[in-house]
Design a protein around this ligand. Structure first.
Ligand code: SF4
Length: 337
């Protein structure tokens, strides 16, 4: 191991976290960026981590690793100590969890401090000055946590006091405006970066409602059911079945990928139509309803019969059903927001 100091960075992929990494790396620190993922944000990166790492390295000269924190996150959502934001987003506890995890990983990376791209006053819930303090206190990262974009408005941290970081050379960003960050980015030659609009599903009014409902119903929430709830049109069937129906080719492929042993996959056999996944029920009435829903959203043949052949596959065994489309009056009460 050389003597170069190392920092672990919480890396969201947004401009602020990119800049935090670059500003600290500029002072001779090796920065290891950690991209935490859950089914609510950036989960797709798990399947293409190598490609993502290459892209971030090439675009921003940042070394990033993807870390899955789903199990801890699903547990947290049952009762986050600091509550929820406008929807089902536990932003303060989300930050605390990520920092707590980063702290646990420090020794493995020989890191002496942690950095984030947080900026005082930028977000209403998690980036108020008093909240930033709560986050460092409850994650146990007090003097270990440097927020390089707004460090000048915070008390000095270990990295500054020990001379690893020259506080005077850090930028000073504050508030919701982005002009300081854009200027700073231009100085690094960075002009192509993601928009600030968050990609967190827990802040999406409709999808967050689905997850909230799941937490109301279940004492134990698992990642498979969460992922199921986030795709396609959703229905709840009378005998306990959950049905997801794809609305596009991409969603059809996603529905298929989510299939678990015991699930039923439904699709039209004689014409184009959606792919559907039935979970938590093999009751014949739920299967018939699912088939009728698949026909309802499938392609209609002008002048042809309304009924269609539906292929039902469970654990690699196929069956065929002939079903009419579900009429409007039977739809009420089945759809999930
Ligand atoms: S928006 Fe989502 S990912 Fe971001 S801090 Fe809040 S809960 Fe966490």
């Amino acid at each position: 191991m050389d003597n170069q100091p190392t920092a672990l960075a919480l890396f969201s992929g947004g401009l602020d976290s990119i800049l935090a990494c670059r500003v600290v790396a500029e002072q001779g620190v090796r920065v290891k960026a950690l991209k935490f993922v859950t089914p609510f944000f950036d989960y797709d990166l798990l399947a293409r981590e190598a490609q993502y790492r290459k892209k971030i390295r090439e675009k921003y000269d940042i070394d990033v690793e993807v870390k899955d924190i789903t199990d801890l996150y699903l547990q947290l959502l049952h009762d986050p100590p600091h509550g929820f934001g406008k929807h089902f987003n536990p932003c303060i506890d989300c930050k605390i969890l990520m920092l707590t995890e980063a702290k646990k990983l420090m020794a493995g990376y020989h890191a002496s401090f942690i950095i984030t791209g947080e900026v005082v006053g930028q977000r209403p819930m998690s980036q108020r000055k008093d909240t930033l303090r709560v986050i460092e206190r409850d994650s146990g990262t007090d003097s270990l946590l440097l927020r390089p974009l707004c460090a000048k408005s915070q008390k000095p941290t270990k990295a500054e006091l020990s001379g690893i970081i020259d506080r005077e050379k850090l930028p000073y960003c504050s508030g919701r405006g982005r002009s300081q960050q854009i200027k700073l980015a231009a100085g690094f030659g960075i002009t192509d970066y993601p928009n600030p609009a968050g990609g967190c599903i827990l802040t999406d009014p409709n999808l967050a409602k689905r997850i909230k409902m799941l937490y109301r119903e279940s004492a134990r929430v698992n990642r498979e059911d969460v992922r199921f709830l986030l795709v396609g049109r959703q229905f709840r069937l009378p005998h306990g079945g959950w049905l997801a129906i794809g609305r596009s080719q991409d969603e059809n492929a996603a529905v298929l990928r989510l299939s678990q042993p015991g699930d039923l996959v439904l699709s039209l056999n004689d014409r184009p139509g959606p792919t559907a996944l039935l979970r938590h029920s093999c009751h014949p009435a739920d299967i018939s309803l699912s088939a009728a829903l698949v026909v309802r959203y499938g392609r209609k043949i002008p002048g042809g019969p309304l009924v269609a052949e539906v292929k039902v596959t469970q654990d690699q065994k196929d069956a065929l059903l002939i079903s009419p489309p579900l009429p409007d009056e039977q739809l009420a009460g089945l759809t999930l927001a």
